[in-house]
Ligand binder design. Structure first.
Ligand SMILES: [Zn+2]
Length: 400
């Protein structure tokens, strides 16, 4: 077997789901992400791994027999719309490279070991971040999953059936519930490593974060004949709420984002009848998020009242501050060197979702731009290889 490299594998998938601006849109169980899944299965099969696609749409590539107390590594292949090339695939690819190199070196794991691809980590298709790991760990029930509808209108059970999966089998997965640990490698989504001049870091924690949906309703009407005092335009309180979100973040020293707005019916010469916006808020401490979001909601209600509109808020997801496992972190430090940088992150990950179920840890690879979820996201070939080497060293230690 020729030794695989992360950059060569990244090049193999570089055209899949690529947009004209160089960004990627690989939405869970849609054709580009399905193409990536097929690519993964082919590569893992080439390595002699045994493929299992589970009831939660996660793909497992087992080295030897599946079993309890397994060492798991992997990440996701889906992206946000217009995302970067590395967020997700880098972790999957480095895991494949680690396996290839361990096989080349004649390593024989003495524990069950699998590379896992988790479904809809971004939540960009079904609106629930870390969908696959939530389902596998029992954090989201089958009934909850059945209620999810993709943003393209397809109910989750139908998408499952279309992919050849039985939605009635969705549920907690023994392979996850009884695993010994999960290590996820990921491109860094910030400039921490670039500022330190180092290629690889060990993650310490994921900062708390949540997503909320605000549905504003007003009264649709004619853009030319409806006098200003007679309008109940829901777009105006949305605008005020977005500005309030920015101001609140600046005051609290945290981050808020409104990156998605739907205006109905969406006509240039029609005053909107409804407008929905999604708010994402993250901070060092959970109580800061709560305080900031409550303030924004208060402003939204006042703005809705002022414009003769109505607003309903729904929390769509919440992830508390998640510290990665101390024992694993120390083992990684021993393997990679005590001076390896350690960083926290504002981004959610499957490793954080699974942290309540098993010891989890993460490795970050330097991203010179610090940008993510956009085409500017990057990592040099050398750093990708450094990531793969670090992951291999850690996994090799864990499967001993
Ligand atoms: Zn990711």
């Amino acid at each position: 077997m020729t030794t695989w490299t992360a950059s060569a594998l990244l090049a193999e998938i570089a055209q899949i789901g690529r947009n004209d601006d160089g960004s990627y849109s690989r939405l869970c169980l849609q054709h580009d992400e399905v193409a990536l899944r097929e690519w993964f299965v082919a590569k893992a099969t080439e390595l002699g791994l045994t493929i299992v696609t589970d009831m939660n749409a996660n793909i497992w590539a087992w080295w030897g027999q599946p079993g309890p107390h397994a060492v798991l590594t992997g990440s996701h292949l889906d992206s946000v719309p217009g995302g970067g090339a590395y967020d997700g695939p880098l972790g999957v690819i480095c895991a494949l490279v680690a396996v290839a190199q361990m096989k080349d070196a004649g390593v024989e794991p003495s524990k069950p070991f699998a590379v896992v691809v988790m479904a809809d980590e971004e939540g960009a298709r079904f609106g629930m971040p870390c969908l696959g790991s939530r389902l596998a760990s029992g954090k989201l029930s089958k009934d909850g999953a059945h209620k999810l509808v993709a943003r393209d209108g397809q109910p989750l059970p139908e998408a499952w059936r279309q992919a050849g999966l039985d939605p009635d089998l969705i549920g907690p997965d023994d392979a996850v519930l009884h695993a010994s640990c999960f290590i996820e490698l990921h491109v860094e989504q910030g400039r921490g490593l670039a500022d330190l001049g180092r290629p690889v870091a060990i993650a310490t924690a994921v900062r708390p974060h949540g997503r909320w949906r605000a549905e504003f309703t007003g009264q649709g009407n004619h853009a030319g004949t409806t006098l200003i005092p007679d309008r109940h335009d829901p777009v105006l309180p949305v605008a005020e709420t977005i500005l309030a979100a920015r101001q609140a973040a600046e005051q609290a020293g945290c981050v808020t984002t409104v990156g998605r707005i739907n205006v109905e019916p969406g006509g240039t010469n029609v005053i909107a009848s409804a407008a929905t916006m999604w708010l994402d808020c993250r901070a060092e401490e959970a109580q800061t998020v709560t305080m900031v979001v409550e303030g924004i909601q208060k402003t939204a209600h006042e703005a809705a009242d002022k414009h003769g509109c109505h607003v309903v808020w729904t929390r769509e997801s919440w992830t508390d501050r998640t510290a990665f496992d101390d024992g694993l972190r120390h083992r990684m430090l021993q393997v990679l060197g005590e001076d390896t940088p350690q960083l926290s992150t504002g981004a959610g990950h499957d490793a954080a979702t699974l942290a309540a179920t098993m010891p989890t840890g993460m490795l970050f690879v330097r991203n010179p731009t610090g940008a993510s979820h956009c085409p500017a996201e990057s990592a040099s070939d050398e750093d990708c290889e450094a990531g793969a080497q670090a992951l291999r060293a850690v996994v090799e230690e864990l499967v001993k």
